[in-house]
Ligand binder design. Structure first.
Ligand code: NAD
Length: 297
């Protein structure tokens, strides 16, 4: 069997197109321009690339983009004061603080100081609680993107066996909640899971979010299963230079799976598209309008 490749790049372009349509309608019908503020503390090169790309795509879909770049030694008080200002700013509907933060800043405190209604990353404890209890919330972008691709491929996920490898707060746990919300039977596997191969072999849906290059081989995959690879790992090429790979061994998994996301070009582009989708959702809710269909969980 050769798996269908789930093209996250094309899917993300479609989602951004839908976001742009909603932004135009918000402007034309209500005179509202959704605004996203991104806060970057320090000069982590990967974070700088992410922030640049988020800003560019925010503008491309017609939204207002604001970037706040703060020095690495910014005090917690100054950062919290900026977040308070953005919380109070009616033109800003989404606030994202780029992680990781420098060590002297308390990440939980900072994230929980964002107005939950503007928490477009979905990391605030209120949003985590709302998601866990099946209520409308801001949903973390990466798992939301995975869910959208799964729904698009399968239609209903009801009754499917899903295994999520990884239990992080930003990917593994919210992914499991979303799959449960779509009536999958969900197992969360992690670094202490016994006989991971056997656990994964039961799954109709495998979501790998581990951060270990190519750790899931094809012989762990049930024939016909759908494999969503969240991992982004840079490895050395034998001929020199580096390349990006996921957490699953693509060639051997694609030979067995029914469908698979590639790395790059799978989950990655969906993450930014979902950030934009969340910003439109936050803007609609802030203005008493229904959240756009198809762009929420
Ligand atoms: P994390 O380090 O916070 O969590 C990794 C999880 O993997 C942990 O829960 C741990 O228990 C589990 N784990 C570690 N070793 C394991 C093993 N041998 N067997 C089973 N489980 C094991 O990582 P994260 O933030 O969830 O990110 C995971 C991966 O996804 C990383 O490669 C990251 O770069 C990538 N990521 C991609 C996107 C995207 O947009 N595509 C977004 C976020 C994260």
């Amino acid at each position: 069997m050769s798996a269908t490749v789930i093209d996250g790049k094309a899917f993300a372009a479609k989602v951004r197109g839908q976001v742009a349509t909603h932004v135009t309608a918000l402007k034309n019908d209500h005179g509202i321009t959704p605004g996203l503020a991104v806060v970057l503390v320090g000069e982590d090169p990967a974070s700088q690339v992410y922030v640049r790309s988020k800003g560019k795509m925010t503008v491309e879909v017609g939204m207002k983009s604001v970037e706040h770049k703060l020095d690495a030694d910014t005090s917690e008080a100054d950062l919290l004061a900026l977040i308070q200002k953005l919380n109070d700013d009616a033109q800003i509907h989404g606030i994202l603080v780029q992680l990781p933060l420098p060590d002297h800043l308390d990440e939980d405190l900072v994230i929980n100081s964002i107005d939950p209604a503007k928490d477009v990353d979905g990391f605030h404890i209120s949003n985590v609680g709302l998601l866990g209890t099946g209520q409308d919330s801001m949903v973390p972008c990466t798992p939301l993107g995975c869910l959208m691709m799964l729904r698009d491929h399968h239609g209903s996920l009801s009754g499917m066996d899903a295994v999520v490898i990884g239990r992080s707060n930003i990917v593994g746990k919210p992914m499991a909640q979303l799959l449960l919300g779509d009536s999958c039977t969900v197992t969360i596997a992690h670094s202490r899971t016994k006989d991971l191969a056997e656990v994964v072999r039961r799954a109709d849906i495998v979501v790998a979010a581990v951060g270990r290059p190519q750790m899931v081989p094809g012989d762990w995959i049930k024939p016909g299963a759908t494999v969503i690879d969240v991992g982004i790992n840079r490895i050395d090429k034998p001929e020199g230079g580096t390349r990006l790979v996921g957490d699953v061994d693509y060639e051997s998994c694609a030979a067995v799976a029914g469908a698979i996301t590639p790395v790059p070009g799978g989950v990655g582009p969906m993450t930014i598209a979902c950030l934009l989708a969340n910003t439109v959702t936050a803007c609609c809710r802030a203005n008493g309008l229904p959240a756009p269909e198809g762009l929420t969980a």
